[in-house]
Ligand binder design. Structure first.
Ligand code: UDP
Ligand code: MG
Length: 313
C-alpha cells in the first residue's frame, strides 16, 4: 500500500531534517510504503535546501516549493493535490503530531474500513489560558453556526483517496482543512493524541493570523451572522413601535419634552449596531470578492520528485 504523508514546512530549516527522519522511523508500518510530500511554504531560511538533503534519505519523496508564503492551508492544499497515495496523512513538521499513532491510523483505515481518521487533541498541551479560551469560543460558535463539530480537532488526519478526491473537488479559494474534511462526510473515527512540545523553533501563528483564520472559517461555513443582522433589526423595530406609541401618547397628553437620556442612548446603541451590521455584511462581500476573482490558491515555483518509479503504478 502506498500512503502519502503531507507536511507543510515554513521556516523550519534548523530541525526539519531530524524531524522528518524521526517521523519516518517512528511511523514504520508493515506492508506500507510511505511517500513524503513536503511543501515549502515560501520559507525565508534554508528549509528548501534541508528538504532536498533529507529527500535523498527517504524512500519516495515529492518536494514542492511555493513561490511565496501562502499560509498553511494553501500549503496543505498543494500537498494534497500532488499526493498519489491510496490514503493521505496530513501532519505538522514540528513533531507536535506524534508519528507513533500513524500505524494505528493506517490499521483503522485499511482493516476497519474507516475513510477518515481524525487525530484529536486529548488535551490542548501547554497553551496559555487566553489561547484556550479563544479556542473554546471559536469551536463553540463554529459548531453553533455551521452545525459541524470540530472541538479538539487538529490538522492531523488520515484521509482515504475517496475523501481526498471529494476534498479536491471543492473549488473555493478560502480553504479551511479541518472544516472541509469534516464537511465531506464519509466514515469518521477519532483517535486521541497528546500534543507534544514543539521540537525546535517557535510557532508560526500570531494572534492576528489565528483571528483571521477563525473569521474566515466561520464566514465560509455559515451565513447565520447575516441573518443575525436581520433578527437584531426586527428586535429594534419592535422597540421602535413601542417607544413610538409612547412618544405619541405623551405628546397628545401634552407631556412631551424631557427624555434627553433616552435619545442619546438610542443614538449610541443604534449607531454602533448599524456599524457592526455593516461590518458583518462587508466581511461577506470581501469573501465573495475573493472567490469571484478566482485566483489560484497557491503558485508552485519548483517541484522535485525522487524515486518516482516506485510510486507510479
Ligand atoms: N506552516 C506553514 N505555513 C505558515 C505557517 C505554518 O506551512 O504560514 C506550517 C509549519 O511549518 C508547521 C505547521 O504549519 O509544519 C504548523 O505550524 P506551527 O507549528 O507553527 O503551528 P502550531 O502548532 O503552533 O499551531
Ligand atoms: Mg506546531
Amino acid at each position: 500500500m502506498l500512503v502519502s504523508i503531507i507536511i507543510p514546512v515554513y521556516n523550519e530549516g534548523e530541525h526539519i531534517e531530524e524531524n522528518i527522519l524521526a517521523i519516518r522511523d517512528r511511523s514504520k508500518t508493515e506492508n506500507v510504503i510511505f511517500e513524503f510530500v513536503l511543501v515549502d511554504d515560501g520559507s525565508a531560511d534554508d528549509s528548501w535546501q534541508a528538504m532536498q538533503r533529507v529527500s535523498e534519505r527517504l524512500n519516495a519523496c515529492r518536494l514542492i516549493r511555493l513561490s511565496r508564503n501562502f499560509g498553511k492551508e494553501a500549503a496543505v492544499t498543494a500537498g494534497l493535490a500532488q499526493a498519489v497515495g491510496e490514503a493521505c496523512i496530513v501532519m505538522d513538521s514540528d513533531l507536535q503530531h506524534p508519528p507513533e499513532i500513524i500505524p494505528e491510523m493506517i490499521r483503522l483505515w485499511s482493516e476497519e474500513g474507516y475513510e477518515v481518521v481524525d487525530a484529536v487533541k486529548a488535551d490542548r498541551g501547554r497553551e496559555s489560558f487566553l489561547y484556550k479560551l479563544f479556542a473554546r469560543l471559536f469551536y463553540g460558535s463554529f459548531n453553533k453556526l455551521s452545525g459541524l463539530e470540530l472541538e479538539g480537532a487538529s490538522d492531523f488526519k488520515l484521509m482515504d483517496r475517496k475523501a481526498v478526491d471529494a476534498w479536491k473537488a471543492m473549488p473555493e479559494r478560502a480553504t479551511f482543512f479541518r472544516g472541509m474534511s469534516t464537511w465531506v462526510g464519509f466514515r469518521h473515527i477519532a483517535i486521541p493524541f497528546e500534543v507534544a512540545a514543539r521540537a525546535g523553533g517557535k510557532t508560526k501563528w500570531s494572534f492576528r493570523k489565528l483571528a483571521g483564520l477563525a473569521v474566515g472559517a466561520i464566514t465560509s461555513f455559515s451565513a447565520l451572522p447575516l441573518q443575525l443582522v436581520t433578527v437584531t433589526g426586527l428586535i429594534f423595530l419592535i422597540g421602535a413601535i413601542v417607544l413610538g406609541i409612547e412618544t405619541l401618547v405623551m405628546w397628545i397628553l401634552g407631556h412631551a419634552a424631557s427624555g434627553f437620556t433616552t435619545v442619546i442612548l438610542l443614538l449610541l446603541i443604534i449607531g454602533s449596531l448599524l456599524m457592526l451590521s455593516l461590518g458583518v455584511i462587508g466581511t461577506y462581500i470581501a469573501k465573495i470578492y475573493d472567490e469571484v476573482k478566482a485566483r489560484p490558491r497557491y503558485i508552485i515555483a519548483e517541484e522535485k520528485c525522487s524515486a518516482r518509479r516506485e510510486i507510479e503504478k
